[in-house]
Design a protein around this ligand. Structure first.
Ligand code: DOR
Ligand code: ZN
Length: 349
C-alpha cells in the first residue's frame, strides 16, 4: 500500500471561533497539525495582548489530552490600534497582526478604514518583528467582487510593501494569478498562504447547476485560469507559498441561507485535500515543503521534528458534524471521497 511520510505540518491560517465551538475545532486541527496561526475575528475581535492570551488559554484548554498542539496568536488591527499595543503584544508572545479592510468578511466591521493611518503601527511591527497578515481585498461597492484582490494589490499592497521593505507580510488565502505573481516577484519578506478550496475549485464549482453555499468563501472562488496559476505555483515548489487552510466553521443553517456566510470548514480533511491536489499535479514530492517547511521558515520558527504518515486509501468526508449543543455543521467536501487518509501523526522521526 502506498504511504507518504512527511514532517508534521502547520496550518498558517485558520478560524477556531470561541467557547463551545472550540471543543469541535481544536481537536480537528490538532489531529495532525503541530501549530496554527489563529485568526482574531471573534465578536468582539481580539484587539490586544490580554485578549489574545485569554483566547490562547481557552484554545489550549480544548486540546485533546496529551496534545502538544500550539496555537500562535494574532491581533485584529483597527484604527484604534496603537504602537503600545504592538509593543505589549510582542512582549506577551503574540506572533502576528491581521489586517482586514472593514467589511471585507465575517466579523470585520470593526476593522481598518484608513490603511495609511496605520503606518506608525506597521513601523512598530517591522521593528518588533511581528508579521502583518493581510486579507487582501478592497471593499468599495463599485468594485466587482471578482476584481477586489487585484485592486487591493494595486492600491494598497504595493504601497505597504514598498514603505516597509523589511516587514514580513503574508498575503492570506490568495485567489488570483495576479496575487501569485505579485508575491513571487516581491522581496523575501513577502509570502502567501493558499487554501485547499482555491486549489481544488473554481467559480463554476460555486455557481454551475445551482448555488453551492458550502463552496462559498472570501475571497470568492475565481475563474479556472486563476485556479491554474495557483496550482502551477504550488507545483513549482516556490518557498514563498505555504499551507493556510482558512478553515472557517459556520452553522449549517447560516451557510444554507438566503444570505449565506462565507467560509469552508476544512479542518477534518485539510491535509488529505492538499495531498489530493499535489497528486493531481504530479508533485507529491512538493507537499512537504508547502505543508511543513516553508511556513515555519518564513515565520522564523523551527521546523517540526516529528512526522506524519498518509496512506492511499479511499474514505468519505462526513455529511455533517454535530456540536454538543446540537448545532449541525457541514464540512468542506462533505460526502465526497478522498484518496489519501491520515494514518498516524506526531511520530518521532
Ligand atoms: O470565507 C471566509 N471566512 N473568509 C474569511 O476571510 C473569513 C472567514 C470566516 O471568518 O468565516
Ligand atoms: Zn481567514
Amino acid at each position: 500500500m502506498q504511504t507518504l511520510t512527511i514532517t508534521t505540518p502547520d496550518d498558517w491560517h485558520l478560524h477556531f471561533r470561541d467557547n463551545e465551538m472550540l471543543a469541535e475545532t481544536v481537536p480537528a486541527t490538532a489531529r495532525c497539525f503541530q501549530r496554527a496561526i489563529v485568526m482574531p475575528n471573534l465578536v468582539p475581535p481580539v484587539v490586544n495582548a490580554a485578549m489574545a492570551m485569554d483566547y490562547k488559554a481557552r484554545i489550549e484548554a480544548a486540546r485533546p489530552v496529551g496534545s502538544s498542539f500550539e496555537p500562535l496568536m494574532t491581533l485584529f488591527l483597527t484604527n484604534e490600534t496603537s504602537v503600545q499595543d504592538i509593543v505589549d503584544a510582542k512582549k506577551a508572545g503574540v506572533t502576528a497582526c491581521k489586517l482586514y479592510p472593514a467589511g471585507a468578511t465575517t466579523n470585520s466591521d470593526a476593522a481598518v478604514k484608513g490603511i495609511k493611518a496605520l503606518y506608525p503601527v506597521f513601523e512598530s511591527m517591522q521593528e518588533q518583528g511581528l508579521l502583518l497578515l493581510i486579507h487582501g481585498e478592497v471593499t468599495e461597492n463599485h468594485i466587482d467582487i471578482f476584481d477586489r484582490e487585484k485592486v487591493f494589490i494595486d492600491t494598497h499592497l504595493t504601497q505597504i510593501t514598498a514603505a516597509f521593505p523589511e516587514l514580513k507580510v503574508v498575503f492570506e488565502h490568495i485567489t488570483t494569478a495576479d496575487a501569485a505573481e505579485f508575491v513571487a516577484q516581491s522581496n523575501e519578506f513577502v509570502a502567501a498562504t493558499i487554501t485547499p478550496q482555491h486549489l481544488l475549485l473554481n467559480r463554476n464549482d460555486l455557481l454551475v447547476g445551482g448555488v453551492r453555499p458550502h463552496n462559498y468563501c472570501l475571497p470568492v472562488l475565481k475563474r479556472n485560469t486563476h485556479q491554474k496559476a495557483l496550482r502551477d505555483m504550488v507545483a513549482s515548489g516556490n518557498k514563498k507559498f505555504f499551507l493556510g487552510t482558512d478553515s472557517a466553521p459556520h452553522a449549517k443553517h447560516k451557510k444554507e441561507n438566503a444570505c449565506g456566510c462565507a467560509g469552508c470548514y476544512s479542518a477534518w480533511s485539510a491535509i488529505e485535500l492538499y495531498a489530493e491536489v499535489f497528486e493531481q499535479l504530479g508533485a507529491l514530492d512538493k507537499l512537504e515543503g508547502f505543508a511543513s517547511h516553508y511556513g515555519a521558515d518564513f515565520y522564523g520558527l523551527p521546523r517540526n521534528t516529528t512526522t506524519m504518515t498518509l496512506v492511499k486509501e479511499n474514505w468519505d468526508v462526513p455529511e455533517q458534524v454535530t456540536l454538543a449543543d446540537g448545532t449541525d455543521m457541514v464540512p468542506f467536501y462533505a460526502g465526497q471521497t478522498l484518496q489519501w487518509k491520515l494514518k498516524s501523526a506526531f511520530q518521532s522521526a
